[in-house]
Design a protein around this ligand. Structure first.
Ligand code: UD1
Length: 365
């Protein structure tokens, strides 16, 4: 087993749908540098995985580790052991990891223990919910990364306040690069909307453990959405469907609620762009709504993307209170129309180039 960084490729490691999306622009930005794209396989359903590669026109990964689902420890351990063997065999020079998933943590731990420097993309985000799986993952990775790529000024300042040992670089958010690159390639809204649904409508997504671990709460939110005045289009994450079905609760369309199978990245952007408002617990969709000028109601008590709330683009509602408060809050947001807000909190769409340049500087040291 290696104990020093090698002379081989830079490894880019990712494994869930949002990471595969962000990896698409990071891969391109490393043009001219030997890069090994590694998909851990944390996500494996077609809509969560292969469709993203196809839609974004990226080559398949160089390695697919087939980690799949499991408990947190099982999944993280599987990522660690498979990444350790791969990084060591390939004599990787650096490991670039993205976000805060179990794949991010497992890959970063495997790399750092091989003394391979870690570049963390989306560093410095905090929800302040210390029990949240992603918060644990991102804090742990920030503590061991050599280069920390912060998506915003506030996240860079937070890392400075925390005195992390690595070097902090404010890069902007790679998700904005992806969005800007795809805006011209979006399919038309009517090819995606279910029959009978027209504008104005709400785009909703729900997938986080904080909801799926409480199926009755999840079901109550779906009932509330089913009674909404406007139609609600909800592509359902496999985890959400599995949680409802395990508890004998309905995952079907009814009333105003139109449940779809998971959709691809482009379809999701089109649904957000065409919606009167978005209801979500996804971090990615909060920012996409912010960039596309669509008001967002986030069903969480906190967000890592605080800039979206500060400028009035995003409102938070803790799901514990959601069933009663959701409709009045959503009505307030819809009545307010689409106030204009400054959309530059997460950089200018060149974040991936800055990530690549910070990584290349690291190799030169
Ligand atoms: C993971 C990330 C989360 C991210 C999300 C994006 C962690 C801790 N969480 O959550 O931060 O926002 O990805 O989607 O890493 N499943 C399938 N098919 C798949 C993948 C998952 O059916 O392709 C189902 C399985 O029942 C699985 C469950 O979803 O057990 C949870 O999957 P997992 O990868 O553990 O977390 P996500 O909810 O996808």
């Amino acid at each position: 087993m290696r104990t020093q960084p090698g002379s081989g490729p830079v490894a880019l490691l990712y494994g869930t749908r949002p990471q595969t999306i962000k990896a698409s622009v990071i891969r391109r930005a490393f043009n001219g540098v030997e890069l090994l794209a590694v998909d851990t396989g944390q996500h494996y359903d077609y809509e969560l995985n292969e469709l993203i590669y196809r839609q974004l026109g990226v080559a398949p990964p160089d390695r697919f580790l087939e980690v799949g689902s499991g408990s947190h420890a099982e999944q993280t351990a599987a990522v660690m052991t498979r990444c350790e063997s791969l990084l060591s065999t390939e004599a990787a020079r650096a490991a670039v990891v993205v976000g805060d998933t179990n794949s991010t943590l497992g890959a970063a731990l495997a790399a750092v223990k091989l003394r391979i420097p870690v570049v963390h993309v989306e560093a410095g985000l905090r929800s302040r919910d210390s029990m949240m799986a992603e918060e644990i993952n991102r804090r742990a990775v920030d503590a061991i990364a050599t280069v920390l790529c912060a998506p915003s000024r506030a996240s860079a300042e937070r890392l400075e306040t925390e005195s992390v040992p690595g070097r902090i670089v404010e890069t902007g958010d790679v998700a904005y690069d992806v969005l800007l690159g795809q805006l011209e390639h979006l399919p038309s809204l009517d090819t995606i909307l279910p029959s009978g649904v027209a504008q104005p409508f709400i785009h909703a997504t729900l997938h986080r453990a904080e909801l799926t671990d409480h199926p009755e709460l999840l079901a109550a939110i779906l009932e509330t959405l089913a009674a909404s005045e406007l139609p609600v289009v909800l592509p359902m994450h496999p985890r959400t469907r599995a949680a409802l079905e395990r508890s004998g609760l309905s995952a079907r369309s009814r009333g105003s609620l139109h449940v779809l199978s998971p959709v691809g990245y482009l379809q999701s952007l089109v649904l957000t762009q065409g919606a009167a408002a978005v209801v979500t617990d996804s971090g990615g969709i909060q920012r996409e709504a912010y960039w596309l000028g669509v008001p967002c109601l986030t069903l969480r008590g906190e967000t890592e993307w605080t800039e979206t709330v500060a400028c009035g683009a995003n409102s938070l509602l803790s799901p514990t209170y959601a069933p009663g408060e959701l409709i009045p809050m959503l009505s307030g947001i819809l009545d307010a129309g689409r106030p204009a807000w400054d959309r530059r909190a997460y950089g200018d769409g060149s974040a991936a180039a800055r990530v690549a340049s910070a990584s290349v500087s690291l190799l030169a040291e």
